[in-house]
Design a protein around this ligand. Sequence first.
Ligand code: GLY
Length: 419
Amino acid sequence: MEELQAARARIDRIDAELARLFAERMAAAAEIGAWKRAHGRPVRDPAREAELLARNTARIEDPRLRPYFGRLLETLLVESRRWQGEAQADLAPVLRRGALAEAGAVLPRQGRIFLVTDDGIPAPYVGALAGQCRSCVVYSLPQGEASKSPEQLTELLRAMLAAGLTRSDCVAALGGGVVCDLAGLAAGLYMRGIDCCYFPTSLLAMVDAALGGKTAIDLDGVKNAVGLFRQPRAVVIDPDTLATLPPRQLANGLAEAVKMALTHDAALFARFEDPAGYGDPEELIAACLKIKSAVVAADEREAGLRRVLNFGHTLGHGIEAAAEGRLLHGECVALGMLPMCAPPLRERLRAVLERLGLPTYVNFHEIDPERVMAAVVHDKKAGPEGCIESVFVPEPGRFEFQRLTAAELRARLMLLAQN
Ligand code: GLY
């Protein structure tokens, strides 16, 4: 009995020491992750991992224990990488009026900046950012969702290659969601990945697209069919750039902010219901950042919780595909949210969306419901047995996941028909 207690006490002491060493090791891993990001180096280094595994396993004298220790080390390496990724996901965006004029602080000091923007971004913003880079190449895309194409991606990658970008260079995405999605994907693919910083200028990108590391292009009419999860090196949000955003684009972003409010924050939704207006845009962005950061920190790869951010997107993406460019993404999300709310809330939401200048009905003579549904079932959220994962909001600040058949979703879609 005494021997047992003594052995247990020894194990307790060893475990306590292991816990201390583990925390120390993870702190070092986070430092290495930060260094790699700053120098455009990939998180994974398989050759070093194999060498580290062999060298440290050989330190175990008893050969019978070596495979056990090897497996423990392997787990440790996997968890270290995960931790490095989560530490990256935690990187808080900079949100400050006038931040664009000081954006040079987040760009790498070494290497060149490949600045990707679009032809709708005011020249002073491009000049403000380019002026802070030691060496900068500016590449401008045609504005609009059509740029999220394989052809445009290839053209962008060719331009990066022609500019002679190397792993120590960095992409800077200045623009809305399309620019961030495309430039982020190109940065993730080029030479197996170089750094990327986002400077969102649209409200939609500030509250959603630029955060959380999703990058993508559309393929064969399916939105975001090809992409990567890849955290940017930094996100810098300057709400002053909203001053030049056309009202329709502002409303486009407000739809995503309403989405965050409805699913996570009843008080924020109440601000949208206030006839006096929703208040300061910087506060609104900050509230959305808080929600999105918490969701992404909990589920970066959309294995579960992050699917809540697709609220309104299942039908929304279908409407967007069928509208063939006549409706903006946020307008389609606004429409897509309505049938996915409990009926009393639906009417409150309709009033909010109308006040924000967002559509609340679909003219099914112009937008073919069959085309909407074809796009919905092809959408990446279609699950096994033809069921489609959707998000339902019974009351502001609460959500539920629902698995709906195509027929059930079609019935919800038709709730958008104008009487
Ligand atoms: N826009 C949805 C997400 O970032 O998950």
